[in-house]
Design a protein around this ligand. Structure first.
Ligand code: ASP
Ligand code: MG
Length: 483
């Protein structure tokens, strides 16, 4: 007996054709001895449209609000009509959910503000509709199936837009609700992205959070495998849109994928990795539109035999905030304090750089977070603990981060010098070299206008020839796991 969690993203259910393919993929895997739980996100584009509705309601743009609701209604109904001969019950359900959307938007419009609760309620509608549609598609194929709403199963705190699951409660509720269904050879179709507070209010796990839902379920049910079905072949050596020679990676470790997901690669939600790793459950990423492909298997595997660089990825439109320290100050202490404060206030730190003399250090953040981060840094509550020990922050703009990921790559002399040589020859200046969250990443900051070219060069000359870049025993830079 094995338990599989099979998750489909927005593109895999975003048209009648895709939805049929996805349902066929599930059907092909139903064997007597396997138990399957399907997880679905909203159909492609639906969450964005729901957020747009909330925005139009908040700004009082009744005209645009109505247009968007009508478009959404039409989009969902057309998919249903294209898949089901008799989809009347689903069309009614969509109608009811659209009425709910209209009602919440009315409230937002009256109050001129969208509360976090309202936003969670609105954005959850996409998944809440899709589980019914997907479950009906499975029943059409002769399978027994039932939609399941995660609101009372994934129990979370009350950060409504990026809620954190409470593990013990979630485990118990998932097991007691889903195990009986699985025992009856029924395929539950579970809402991704959604959770609920202990008092039953809907929360969401953050954008792209359906992957995370699949991993939470998998850990609670001690599943044997998580399948993430998407619109790319798997985890690639680079983003194939910008790097034409990008190739599929067939095997990769949890830690490498975590680094990639945190460095701008959009393959998986980074939070997916931890529950899978904790439960020692492999994640298979596959393409719904090319199911015959091998996909990527993510596991504890170590690629020390391979000794290659797994992948290169970029983050663009970065601001670097640099501090200089007065001599004699404890750089680690001040840095940790600043990092923790920024993180608490919601700013993601994409990389940390530190000069060899330890006198200056920099954080890289998204350009959109700059103002908020500076406010936090200058807040007397933040500065009181280090007073005049650090200089005023200096902001550098137009930077991009290029991250190379591979096992223990940060410790490799050869990777650093190959990248430096390659970029130097191409006339690309490396502004900083630093580390990610583990020794499996090395980050280079370059000027944004050179970033595309730099990624392509690094990929074609170094990643694809990665077998020559063996890991040296002695670190050239000290790794500081500070993220
Ligand atoms: N539907 C949600 C979003 O668009 C969650 C997901 O797609 O995983 O962010
Ligand atoms: Mg996704």
């Amino acid at each position: 007996m094995s338990i599989k969690i099979i998750k489909f993203g927005g593109t895999s259910t975003g048209s009648g054709e895709a939805l049929n393919r996805a349902a066929d993929i599930v059907q092909a895997q139903t064997h007597e001895r396997d138990q399957i739980v399907v997880v679905v996100s909203a159909m492609q584009g639906v969450t964005d449209m729901l957020i747009a509705c909330a925005d139009h309601a908040r700004t009082g743009d009744q005209g645009q609000l109505q247009i968007t609701i009508d478009e959404l209604h039409h989009k969902l109904s057309s998919i249903v009509v294209s898949v089901f001969a008799g989809g009347a019950a689903l069309l009614d359900l969509i109608e009811i959910r659209m009425a709910e959307l209209t009602q919440i938007c009315q409230r937002i419009q009256d109050q001129g503000i969208a509360s976090p609760q309202d936003l969670a309620q609105i954005t959850a509608l996409g998944e809440r509709i899709n589980v019914h549609v997907f479950s009906a598609a499975l029943r059409d194929r002769g399978l027994r199936s039932e939609p399941v709403d995660a609101v009372d199963l994934i129990v979370t705190d009350d950060r409504f837009q990026s809620a954190k699951p409470i593990k013990a409660l979630t485990d118990t509720r998932i097991k007691s609700r889903l195990s009986p269904l699985l025992g009856k050879a029924l395929v539950p179709v579970f809402t991704g992205f959604i959770g609920g507070t202990t008092s039953g209010q809907t929360t969401t796990l953050g954008r792209g959070g359906s992957d995370y839902s699949a991993a939470i379920l998998a850990e609670s049910l001690a599943a044997d495998e998580i399948q993430i079905w998407t619109d790319v072949d798997g985890v690639m050596t680079a983003d194939p849109v910008t790097v034409p020679r990008a190739r599929l990676i067939e095997e990769i470790s949890y830690s490498e994928v975590f680094q990639l997901a945190n460095s701008g690669a959009e393959v998986l939600h980074p939070k997916t990795i931890l529950p899978a790793k904790e439960g020692d459950i492999p994640i298979i990423v596959k393409n719904t539109f090319k199911p015959e492909g091998s996909g990527t298997r993510i596991s504890h595997c170590s690629n020390s035999v391979r000794q290659t660089i797994a992948s290169v990825t970029g983050r663009f439109d970065i601001r670097m905030i640099t501090f200089e320290l007065k001599t004699g100050e404890n750089v680690q202490k001040i840095k940790s304090h600043l990092l923790a404060t920024l993180k608490e206030q919601g700013t993601d730190i994409w990389a940390i750089f530190q000069s060899e003399q330890q006198r200056t250090f920099s954080f890289a953040i998204s350009a959109k977070n700059k103002e908020r981060a500076l406010q936090t840094i200058r807040d007397p509550k933040t500065t009181q603990s280090f007073g005049r020990a650090v200089s005023q922050p200096k902001v550098t703009k137009n930077l991009s981060l290029i991250t190379l990921v591979g096992q223990d790559i940060y410790l490799s002399h050869q990777v650093q010098s190959s990248v430096s040589d390659t970029l130097h020859t191409a006339g690309v200046d490396i502004k900083q070299i630093g580390n990610g969250a583990s020794p499996d990443a090395i980050v280079f900051a370059v000027e944004s206008r050179a970033a595309g070219k730099a990624i392509q060069l690094i990929h074609d000359r170094i990643v694809l020839n990665g077998s020559s870049t063996t890991v040296q025993p002695e670190p050239v830079l000290r790794h500081q796991p500070a993220l």
